[in-house]
Write a protein that binds this ligand. Structure first.
Ligand SMILES: Cc1cc2nc3c(=O)[nH]c(=O)nc-3n(C[C@H](O)[C@H](O)[C@H](O)COP(=O)(O)OP(=O)(O)OC[C@H]3O[C@@H](n4cnc5c(N)ncnc54)[C@H](O)[C@@H]3O)c2cc1C
Length: 397
């Protein structure tokens, strides 16, 4: 590390990466008791494009509710036999937030805080020096702070000791001439599309209005498809299944989210904390990240507000949900059972609130047993033991 930093380069907190989790943390800090802390956000770019749209369910309010693009109190799920069912969400809401609305809202809000600074740069190294942290950037700037929050750390998705799958999707936002969509009911998952092997494929349709909707073709598998394959599935659904011809494409989205049981560490050291996907906020079984990130950040801010600021990792018992996710990944990876049928059973035999609670890691053990009972037991049992065996093997070699 170079010489000690100049006064301007000393902060209370440094946020490495100004994407979803970095900006959310800055926002949550700014509305907390810590709003006067000197905060630096470092990212090579200031986000200004609609690069993603977040869909997520939530029971409670979150700080970004006022900029939601849509919010629904019921969803439709179509099973692999094309049977439709509408689910009332009870206390939950299915929410949609566009990336661009989030970035614009948070950036405009943070501009009101002269103590929160954004630097266009790339983080090269973060070091816990016991008592403070050092952050070195690509342009050789050197910063010092009490804590560093890191969303730039890349998970190891190549190590074959772990199960590394991908959730990949292509979406088209389309506008039709006529009013064709029921804007009050999104199609959260439609498994009634051609499945390949035992891979998991589904379509979802989120209507923004009566004539505008996003169609997203999603696959859980080890490898990405070709551009042609994504397009074929999308157009087959739009033009053959729904028989839509008079429409125009407004926007396209492509994304890949890791579905991996690679170990993630939230509290890397006393003063380096990983956030967002880097900090394990992505549910390996579903790819959902947004609401879990907000929950984790809320806890972090609450801890920082306390004088002793002692961060607590999840207990072994709380981590059982990772074991369930690993089991599901094993079923997909080893093609033990067609996933569309697994989801059919999951939604047919459990209330949607129980499924949401389970996926959020907030279910009781009794509810978890009920969920497990609704899956193909022998195949999931084999997957579970295979996961345990692999864990034992990994701990020796
Ligand atoms: C297209 C797409 C759609 C998604 N849809 C959903 C959804 O519907 N629901 C859901 O819950 N989740 C969704 N996700 C998953 C997840 O919510 C997002 O990936 C989310 O952006 C993750 O937040 P993050 O802060 O971990 O990463 P990011 O938002 O990617 O932020 C990381 C930031 O770090 C910056 N960075 C990288 N390297 C450096 C460096 N060396 N120094 C400084 N900065 C650096 C990057 O520029 C970036 O701004 C989606 C993901 C994608 C890609």
């Amino acid at each position: 590390m170079p010489n000690p930093p100049k006064e301007d380069n000393i902060f209370d907190y440094i946020i490495c990466g100004g994407g979803m989790s970095g900006l959310s943390l800055a926002y949550q800090l700014s509305i907390s008791k810590l709003s006067n802390k000197k905060i630096l956000i470092i990212d090579p770019e200031r986000k200004s494009k609609n690069d993603r749209t977040w869909a997520f369910w939530e029971k409670s309010d979150n700080p970004f509710d006022e900029i939601l693009y849509k919010k629904w109190n019921k969803v439709k799920i179509i099973d692999s036999h094309k049977k439709e069912k509408i689910y009332e969400l009870g206390q939950y809401r299915y929410k949609l937030l566009r990336g661009i609305d989030f970035y614009n809202f948070v950036n405009a809000h943070l501009e009101k805080y002269p103590n929160i600074i954004f630097k266009i740069d790339a983080v090269k190294e973060i070091r816990d020096k016991s008592g403070y942290v050092e952050v070195l950037t690509k342009t050789n700037e050197y910063y010092k702070a009490q804590y560093a929050f890191d969303s730039t750390f890349q998970l190891d998705l190549k190590n074959n000791k772990n199960q590394n799958l991908l959730q990949h999707f292509k979406g088209l936002e389309i506008e039709t001439q006529e009013d064709l969509f029921k804007s009050d009911i999104p199609e959260m998952m439609n498994f009634g599309i051609p499945q390949k092997d035992a891979e998991c494929r589904f379509m979802y349709v989120l209507p923004f209005s009566k004539n505008r909707a996003i169609f997203e073709f999603t696959v859980f598998s080890e490898k990405l498809l070709t551009e042609k394959e994504y397009n074929e599935s999308l157009f087959e659904y739009i033009e053959k299944d729904l028989k839509l011809t008079d429409y125009k494409i407004l926007e396209e989205e492509f994304g890949v989210i890791p579905m991996s049981d690679t170990e993630t560490e939230e509290f890397v050291s006393e003063r380096i904390i990983r956030i967002g996907t880097a900090g394990g906020a992505t549910n390996p079984a579903t790819g959902y990240t947004f609401s879990n990130t907000q929950k984790k950040l809320k806890k972090i801010v609450k801890t920082l507000e306390k004088e002793d600021s002692k961060f607590e990792s999840e207990s072994f018992w709380q981590k059982r949900h990772q074991l369930y996710a690993s089991t599901l990944l094993n079923v997909i990876k080893e093609k033990r059972h067609p996933m569309a049928e697994v989801f059919d059973q999951l939604f047919a035999k459990n209330s949607i609130s129980t499924v949401f609670k389970f996926l959020d890691g907030e279910s009781s053990f009794i509810e978890e047993l009920k969920i497990m009972w609704s899956t193909p037991k022998v195949k999931f049992g084999k997957a579970f033991f295979s996961v345990i065996l692999r864990k034992i093997k990994n701990s020796f070699f």
